[in-house]
Design a protein around this ligand. Sequence first.
Ligand code: NAI
Length: 673
Amino acid sequence: MAYKHWKIERDDENICWLHLDVADSSTNVLSAAVLDELNDVLNEQAQSLPKGIVFVSDKKNGFIAGADINEFTVVKNHDEAMVMLNRGHDIMNKVESMPCTTVAMIKGFCLGGGMELALACNYRVMCDEPSTRIGLPEIKLGIHPGYGGSVRSILKAGPVAAMNAMLTGRMLQGRQAKRMNLVDDLVAERQLKRAARFFVVNKPRPKDLGLKDKIMNHRLVRPFIAKQMRKQVSAKAHKDHYPAPYKLISLWQKHMDNPRRMLKEEAESVAGLVTDYTARNLVRVFFLQEKLKSQGKKSAFNPEHIHVIGGGIMGGDIAAWCALRGFKVTVQDRDPGVLAATMKRSNDMFRKKFKKDKRSIRNALDRLMPDHKGIGVKHADIIIEAIFEDKDVKQTLYKTIEPQMKEGALLATNTSSIPLEQLASCLNDPGRLVGVHFFNPVALMPLVEIVRGDNTSDEVMKKALAFGRQIDKLPLAVKSTPGFLVNRILMPYLLEAVEMVEEGIPAEKIDQAALNFGMPMGPIELADTVGLDVCRSVAKILSETMNVSLPAKMDTMVNNKKLGKKSAEGFYKWVKGKPVKDKNVSYTNTKDLEDRLIFRLLNEAAACLREKVVDDEELIDAGVIFGTGFAPFRGGPMHHIHAEGVDAMKSRLESLASLYGERFNSDQQWASL
Ligand code: NAI
């Protein structure tokens, strides 16, 4: 029989090579249709049993990316979720109980539902190359594995390693996966088929769990380990905000003695989660991320050489990041001492990333060249300027480099506050200047704002967005207005926090209020981390055009060289890179503090929508989540307003205005939300 998504190939040895090539999709995902068809395929194979079945992907980009996330969004209630989950379970159980040997031949990513299918097979062989990775990342979508992956991964890798992988959702490289016993063999690409065949023919005895893992899985030991796991999880994710990891731990703790029962309970648990507020919003965040990715078409620009000018905090890290992503990079600074420091920091970044893989470290270092004289200017396809935040200094530089630049090369500035139109005024071709605004720390922050000035040409904008994708960041097209999107929305929130400190409210309580809302870090700790001098300069610029004023305290602290973390004292004292917080401070009305902070942010988000700083509400949400870490489980500021009800939110904003003054006056956009 012919199938739409699966292709069956029986070879001379009676081995069935079962190819998955999901129709009308660039990626293999396990949608309902694909699973239903697999059910038919397995029934057909069972009637004339092969020696073994090997699952193979015909997609170049990977094995299977997971379940079809689009299908999560249409599940309305628990019963519908159970239909979806039971379908998955039935098929995985069928794979597991096939009367012939089953092998997953993994090349490229193998994630979520794809990994669960692989785990249901008797054996897994994995390609030994960096882009082949496996993982159970469901936790990032507010659920946990739901097609039997929780039970089966624990039975293979033991509870500690498997739970750790599921609770963090991280991807595993080949060696790690092999060490954890999640795959049976790790081989070079050319040997994959041979390895798969070996398992079909020889059926070696699978490795059992070791004694230590058996003890950890014991009914009497589990409560202690589970307690430890909950403690670790709670340091990162609050139970009320992110219930999935806690449910996964309980699932294991309660049911591991009976894997069959645990499979059933796994489905029940995921059915409860998938329709829940958090999962709905995290799925939304996943699609927001896809939307940002689609803003930049990689094919629109193919730079080979990147030249970065300014090897300081930002430029140094941008250069290292680009080299890490495989580009040839020259980095220029007027100070050779800075360049030496840049190379050292880059070396640290590469070591952290590649760990013991010396060849990759060396290759990345080879790609990055210090270039005191700026020889790279004339060879580069894109020049990223990250020198002092001073219009005249930047323009002087532009005047010297423009005549040397290659035709068609982009000039990108990392400025955080100088309008692009002003900077471009000294150029012969102002259309080639675009903002590529990175966030600090470059290696950790996924967003880059691609700033369109009045003169920026469409072609340059398109190329800059593509560049964002080329270096694996999430590019967001923004209008050149003060603070662009992210700093502009963040600043009123930060300044409100400083205002509160001036009123005598303890910094610890202010930070706690933000954490209660779900922010990753409190605003006072954030201001100290960014540096109060940096905050002040952005705030100053914004105060010229926006409804924000600079609290006097900020000025005094900067003048007294209390700059935050970098000077070991800001609002907090900093010891060994950590703020010293007083646990005994008290303040009663923390909900009020939370509202004051968050409503300033929401109001500014509404203003950005009105001014069309980005194209739509979704892009505001995406920018604020990926640029500031705004509570992802709330789905973004605009989504949060709608979820809570525009009228109710607006009236709360108005009551804050009557209590705290006109900085809370609602933006006119609220009327049309
Ligand atoms: P920085 O002070 O750490 O580094 C600037 C570097 O530029 C210095 O090493 C300096 O020697 C070099 N430099 C100055 N003039 C030069 C010239 N004419 N030719 C060659 N090198 C020159 O500054 P930072 O913090 O890295 O900022 C750079 C740019 O990035 C600024 O426009 C800033 O607004 C922007 N930015 C900064 C962020 C931050 O968190 N620090 C975040 C996002 C953007």
